[in-house]
Design a binder for this molecule. Structure first.
Ligand code: ZN
Length: 394
């Protein structure tokens, strides 16, 4: 993947971008985030809808928190820890998920760390030119009490999933004020833990006026909802209460998982959804419904979800069909990536144009989970930035 990243950058012919990506490759994350928009493929405001908070932590923060808490890591340098966490080449979703074991025990259960990662996340997104982001996470994975089983081999403490959501909300809203962008959150159910899902929807309801906009279902797609009715019940409750719904589906799982997400879980957006294309009838139906696909180009290669040859990527079909989709990072910590890399990748290998970048960002804003009035404000900001304002003076 690193070789691909370097090629993607050099292909654009920008020496600055090349050096920035080289900095990224050596793990000095702070340097590339200084990449200023002048040197990016799409130097305009962007919307991101699919990124995991616990997959978007700064390596330096993991090191700092480990030191403060007296947790021993295999290395204490940013460069070496980056190499340890990052997926090096196209792999499997299982190998990808194992990467979380490298560092989640450091931040889980720690109030200061959780608030800090949320705050820093907003800063990183602002530096990428994102003006609106929806960030997702499992509150249970960051807790150490009122969660069964307690994750990451933690001993029981006193940080509940409920307080995790409160802390993330605080970090995000402080970040919003400091960096002048808008950040909302999505709470994830995990496919292998159906017993957590009703808790998740209750947290969505409790915090819906403090920045939580939707529910998600993530994890192993082979665990369907027929066998795990806890998810279906949670999504029914979400629909009943007007909580927005997205579902990871058709990433590595077959088109039938997408079908289930839409028909059973009443998903309004699909996380990834690449394998929808294997069911022509379903794909045409979802196109006609204007279903939104949250696509993650760099992620889809490294997790093994898609053919590593980007020129054969399903996103090309979405683009040609003028589908409703967004471009997203998914887990930039584990992919050692950033949003610029996703944009430069589709530009370099899939022929994406400035016009398509504008169109997909407008689709993203239209499909975001903000209330209508705020959505309109976001769209107006994009129209203005993209030079698409129409005069309403007369
Ligand atoms: Zn995801």
């Amino acid at each position: 993947m690193h070789i691909i990243a370097r090629r993607a950058a050099t292909g654009i012919g920008s020496p600055v971008l090349t050096s920035l990506c080289t900095s990224r490759l050596t793990g000095t994350r702070r340097l590339y985030t200084m990449a200023d928009s002048d040197h990016t493929v799409f130097n305009k405001p962007k919307v991101e809808l699919h990124v995991h908070l616990d997959g978007a932590i700064r390596v330096q923060t993991i090191l700092d928190v480990a030191k403060r808490r007296g947790i021993t890591l295999p290395t204490d340098t940013e460069e070496e820890l980056t190499q340890k966490i990052a997926l090096e080449k196209p792999s499997t979703l299982t190998a990808f998920l194992e990467k979380f074991n490298e560092y989640m025990h450091v931040v889980a259960g720690d109030r200061e760390a959780i608030k800090r990662i949320a705050y820093e996340f907003v800063e990183d997104k602002a530096k990428e030119g994102v003006i609106y982001v929806e960030v997702r996470y499992s509150p249970h994975f960051l807790a150490n009490t009122q969660v069964e089983p307690i994750p990451w081999n933690q001993t029981e403490g006193n940080l509940s999933p409920d307080e995790v959501v409160h802390l993330v909300n605080e970090g995000l809203s402080e970040g919003e004020r400091a960096f002048n962008i808008k950040a909302r959150s999505i709470l994830c159910c995990m496919r292998h833990m159906p017993s957590w899902s009703m808790d998740v929807v209750e947290l969505c309801k409790k915090y819906r006026h403090e920045g939580v906009v939707a529910i998600d279902l993530a994890g192993d797609e082979s665990l369907n909802c027929l066998a795990n009715p806890g998810h279906r019940r949670a999504y029914e409750e979400a629909e009943r209460c007007g909580i927005h719904r997205t579902v990871h589906a058709g990433e590595v799982g077959p088109a039938s998982v997408v079908k289930e997400a839409v028909e059973v879980l009443k998903a309004e957006r699909i996380g990834h959804g690449y394998r929808t294309l294997e069911d022509e009838g379903l794909y045409r139906k979802l196109l006609a419904q204007n279903m939104h696909f949250e696509v993650c180009p760099v992620s889809s290669k490294l997790t093994g979800a898609c053919d590593p040859d980007f020129t054969k990527h399903p996103i090309i079909t979405f683009m040609k069909d003028k589908a409703n989709y967004s471009l997203n990072t998914d887990d930039p910590l584990i992919l050692n990536s950033n949003l610029h890399l996703d944009y430069s990748t589709v530009h370099r290998y899939m022929g994406f144009t400035e016009e398509e970048f504008k169109r997909l960002n407008i689709c993203s804003a239209e499909s975001c989970f903000l209330p209508d009035e705020e959505k309109k404000e976001l769209l107006d900001r994009l129209y203005e930035a993209y030079g698409m304002m129409t005069s309403t003076a007369f």
